[in-house]
Ligand binder design. Structure first.
Ligand SMILES: Nc1ncnc2c1ncn2[C@@H]1O[C@H](COP(=O)(O)OP(=O)(O)OP(=O)(O)O)[C@@H](O)[C@H]1O
Length: 596
């Protein structure tokens, strides 16, 4: 029963083309019929060679009727020819079936991978926060393959069942008694194998978990190579890696051992059975030719019997991976943000936060509490506040990476969920503290902001971001490969490339979240001047810890512990002797102390 439920879920998840199942099973059935027919042809062949006289039985009149038009002296040659043709046809059908199965395998895995990837990038769940980055890589790279393997196994299971059925039918035609005896014997053997391998699904689930741990170890070690070397923790990391890898090896070995059990057990059982049948055949009085055909059928039944049992164990072993993909697709399906059909128009008046509260998870405190303010169009708004005040959360809500827990964010009076999500996000461009660059050329990384932009626009964006000079000084200029996460250029250079990418996007609303924290003083000042020109008549929202970078803003929002505590133009806030002016004094004092 559990197998049926599991198979139904597997078919739903794999969503193979409608023709796939019937084709694979149909071809499998045809191969079984061809093979069975070939084996049954041994009866008239042996009889024609005089090895056994014709015996009364269900099949004898049938042979007599089919073979009567063939002249007697051609009969042996005809039967040998028919036998060869059936074997050739059976193998051709078998080969075709293998090709079809491989094609479906690849197609299903490819579609599933694409679906998992699509949902990963479209869902609003942030897996870096959920601590599941490496899990997703295992799900996409490993487990989607395993679902397609599971589907092939399910087809194989059905084909084996059909082959088994065809062979048993032919055996019944030869002798009901011997067939009945054989089936009871095989049933006991199958039950013994099932008992010995009943832990396959538990082991399969453990393999999935161990694989995820293994993925995590690999990911973390490769990403923190410098840290490991700097802290001289090579042997600690080596031990951790070896232990994790060894756990995967042991689980896989256990699964392989379980999988290998049915082969020898079924072969030994059938050999014992053949011996027993030879001993009791005399009482069944079916004749040498029929007995030879019966035993050949029984011997060939070994393959499907073994495969039936192995497919079942292998399917149990894949259950963990199938569950993983199924669960992943279900969880990433629901948390899409609701969206309207309206394309977001250019911002005319303002973006407004109205009584916004936000918490990252139900069991966590509010990250934003009753936050209300307005970001006027065409002006620069700076958000300042101590670490953890909620500045990045405001940015994330503006971008609609998530929605407020209560309250609303409106653009020109329209709640953001009224707009089609992508069209709203296309109006914005974000440059955050965390810079991510692709392993590609500098030009390709900047062009990511707008693939339609020409060379001139690309260079203009680089000039504004103060990146053009250093890029041109590199031997390969804009065509320089920057390596994984831009590791071949410095932190400040990475930041300037990312800024150029943001600027190339030419957004209505430019969001800069600590965008200049890796720039040296001179470059930052030059960047500020260029940015001022660039932001003329553009809506800019800046987050900065260094107040020097926000002096030129039209409005400053001061946040503390998730609340807005001050709003106003910088000069007014400075005069007010409030939180902002204290911050200002503190930073100036610190600068002065640093200067001394
Ligand atoms: N993904 C997250 N999951 C849970 N809590 C979070 C998450 N991100 C931020 N927080 C919490 O929300 C609050 C606001 O964080 P936020 O990152 O918005 O502050 P910030 O002002 O940008 O800080 P910083 O200047 O240090 O970047 C903090 O208490 C923080 O711990």
């Amino acid at each position: 029963m559990r197998l049926v439920v599991r198979l139904r879920r597997l078919f739903r998840l794999a969503a193979a083309p409608a023709w796939a199942g019937p084709t694979v099973v149909g071809l499998g059935l045809l191969a079984a019929v061809l093979e069975g027919t070939g084996l049954v042809l041994f009866i008239p062949l042996l009889q024609s060679l005089g090895a056994s006289p014709p015996q009364p039985g269900r099949w004898q009149p049938m042979f007599d009727r089919i073979l009567s038009p063939i002249p007697h002296h051609y009969l042996t040659a005809f039967l040998v020819g028919a036998l060869c043709v059936s074997i050739v046809l059976k193998n051709a059908v078998h080969l075709a079936n293998t090709w079809v199965t491989r094609y479906i395998d690849g197609l299903v895995a490819h579609r599933l991978r694409s679906r998992v990837f699509d949902q990963t990038i479209s869902s609003c769940i942030d897996y870096r926060v959920e601590n599941r980055r490496t899990d997703i890589i295992t799900t996409i790279a490993n487990n989607t393959w395993k679902v397609s393997q599971g589907l092939s196994l399910a087809y194989r299971l059905m084909v084996c069942l059909c082959t088994f059925g065809v062979f048993v039918l032919l055996m019944l035609l030869i002798s009901v008694r011997l067939t009945f005896f054989s089936m009871i014997f095989l049933l006991f053997a199958a039950m013994a194998i099932r008992l010995a391998t009943r832990r396959a699904d538990e082991t399969g689930k453990a393999v999935v978990e161990e694989n995820k741990q293994f993925g995590l170890r690999m990911w973390e070690s490769i990403n923190s190579l410098q840290l490991i070397r700097a802290f001289a923790q090579e042997s600690y990391e080596h031990d951790r890696f070896v232990q994790t890898s060894d756990r995967v090896r042991r689980r896989l070995l256990r699964l392989d051992m379980l999988w290998a059990t049915p082969g020898p057990v079924s072969e030994i059982s059938i050999t014992i059975l053949i011996g027993a049948l030879v001993l009791i055949a005399e009482s069944a009085s079916i004749g040498i030719a029929a007995l030879a055909a019966f035993l050949s059928l029984l011997y060939r039944l070994q393959g499907p019997t073994r495969e039936l049992l192995q497919s079942k164990i292998a399917l149990d072993g894949l259950a963990g991976a199938i569950d993983d993909v199924d669960e992943y697709l279900r969880t990433t399906q629901t948390p899409y943000l609701s969206q309207g059909y309206l394309p977001a128009p250019a911002l005319k008046t303002a973006v407004e936060f109205r009584d916004v509260c936000f918490r990252y998870a139900p069991d966590q405190p509010l990250a934003l509490q009753d936050v209300s303010f307005s970001i006027p169009a065409g002006k620069t708004t700076a958000i300042v506040g101590e670490s953890g005040a909620g500045k990045s959360t405001v940015m994330a809500l503006l971008f609609r990476f998530m929605d407020p827990t209560s309250g609303e964010v409106l653009a020109d009076g329209m709640p953001l969920p009224c707009f089609e999500l992508r069209s709203w996000r296309k109006r914005l461009s974000l440059m955050s503290q965390e810079v991510y660059l692709f392993n590609d050329t500098i030009a390709a990384n900047i062009a990511y902001g707008d693939f339609d932009a020409g060379q001139n626009e690309l260079r203009q964006a680089a000039r504004i971001a103060k990146a053009d000079d250093f890029i041109r000084s590199l031997p390969e200029g804009y065509e320089t490969q920057i390596g994984d996460q831009g590791m071949r250029v410095s932190g400040g250079q990475r930041q300037r490339i990312a800024l150029a990418r943001t600027i190339l996007r030419n957004p209505d609303i430019l969001l800069l979240d600590e965008a200049t924290n890796a720039l040296d003083g001179g470059t930052e000042q030059a960047f500020q001047i260029a940015l001022e020109q660039y932001s003329h008549n553009r809506t800019v929202v800046v987050i900065a810890h260094r107040l020097s970078t926000v002096q030129a803003a039209d409005q400053i929002i001061v946040m503390s512990k998730g609340r807005v505590i001050e709003i106003g133009p910088p000069d007014q806030l400075l005069k007010r002797a409030g939180h902002f002016s204290k911050l200002h004094e503190f930073q100036n004092g610190r600068v002065a102390m640093g200067a001394n």
